[in-house]
Design a protein around this ligand. Sequence first.
Ligand SMILES: CCCCCCCC/C=C\CCCCCCCC(N)=O
Length: 532
Amino acid sequence: MALTRFERFLGRLLRAVVWMLFAAFKLFAPQQRHGVSRLPPITNPLLLLSAMQLARKIRRKEVTSVEVVQAYIDRIQEVNPLINAMVKDRFSAALQEAAQVDKLIEEETGGEEVLEDRLPLLGVPITVKEAFALQGMPNSTGLLTRRDLISGVDASSVALLKRAGAIPLGVTNCSELCMWLESHNHLYGITNNPYDFERIAGGSSGGEGSILGAGASMIGVGSDIGGSIRIPCFFNGIFGHKPSTGIVSNDGQYPPASGLQMGFLCTGPMCRYAEDLIPMLSIMGGPNANKLSLSAEVDLKKLRFFSVPHNGGSHLVSPVDAQLLQAQKMVVRRLEADLGVKVQELFIPQLKYSFQIWGTMMASPGKDGKPPTTFAELMSEGGKKIWPVWELFKWLLGFSSHTIAAIGLALVELFQSSHPSPFVLQQKESLQQELEELLGTDGVLLYPSHPQISPKHHHPIFTPFNFCYTGIFNILGLPVTQCPLGLSEEGLPLGVQIVTGKLQDRLSLATALYLEKAIGGWREPGKTTAKP
Ligand SMILES: CCCCCCCC/C=C\CCCCCCCC(N)=O
């Protein structure tokens, strides 16, 4: 049973309405104006080292932690007024902690190896998405009603990074309730893309994406239930990893997942240099990281590679940008030339239903039979669930404390059927089986990160389903590494998702490391406009 004619008609109607709204928006939307159009260049060479290189230098006393932390504070102070990525800092506490680190290193008698083993990130600064609890910092997730909430403890993943010696510099912006492609809310405002301030930094971990892309942080913590690590990593030209389900604890982030969503939400690392992904994942995963055999050597020549260029033409989703298709082809050529492997191009028809699969599974009750918390409940004010239609009315008059994206999601929820379509469930099952068989323990799949290069601010309102290029892998529980692939003709980041079988994270991580060397990885914004 395929989609009914009525469902297809509804899809087309929706597209027509969206394009009419988009045309009206283009005509009347106010343009953002910035005095400065480019990010200032990076002048301090410390900002161009990976976390692993810096940690080594700090341990060897080649540089002090205070110098490194101060370098990052200076860079944040220089760029944050332009990108609005960090929403609350803890600079003086971070400098004090850095001074303690330097003292500890001075007094350590066991040698560098002891420190490396016990405290692999000793003295290295880090940034954290505001949706995670970080002691002493706000944890509003962009909700005005949570504006005074200060975390008393750390989220599990943040605690593990701190225990490894990392020094948090502050928390970064996200979309309202972490459920949108753009990082915008009425508490902190909108985050800009460091490559073009008129474009989005992505969401929901967009503050992390932007601050990392701007060279004002080198490692950060993000979360992803539909692409919230991978979309901002893609738009800001950095690396990110959505781990296999169940490896990194999701405790201590808001909102908590409910229903089946607990199995789709993943916490993971975001960083500028690929070599930091594995150490961060090992730390953030705690004992669970052992399931991934991250230290086992990967011989890329022995892997089977596949490339899927698009989702087969869903009418809800934009076609994949020609420059992204070209970049993915270039990766295929490099893999074939450098490694002598044959990359097989595939079309997987079930991917066309990615959004329907994601939507159905996200709305499903958990194993305990309880339905997930509704978006309107999460948006509640003074303990009362909001009324989406009333909220829309308020928004039109400029009185709502919520973004149009959050209101839109609460409205869509009203029309969601409580009876999942058997056709969609069947597509999900067959896709899961096909991909698990295809990838096994040695398969690597290349898939676009998103059909579009970073859009202009607010434009995702007209293309809300595009996120399903990333969201589908949350439902399937597969690990994905987001890898940058140079810049477009307009100087905006290109990229690709690298997908592997469950618990085979080391394969996509090794492929990303290779591609960083082959293609160049993160590029400093405003410096070069280079095609891949
Ligand atoms: C104002 C327009 C709103 C229309 C809403 C249309 C429905 C689209 C459904 C879901 C969009 C969710 C986007 C999720 C982005 C990433 C989420 C994440 N935390 O990983």
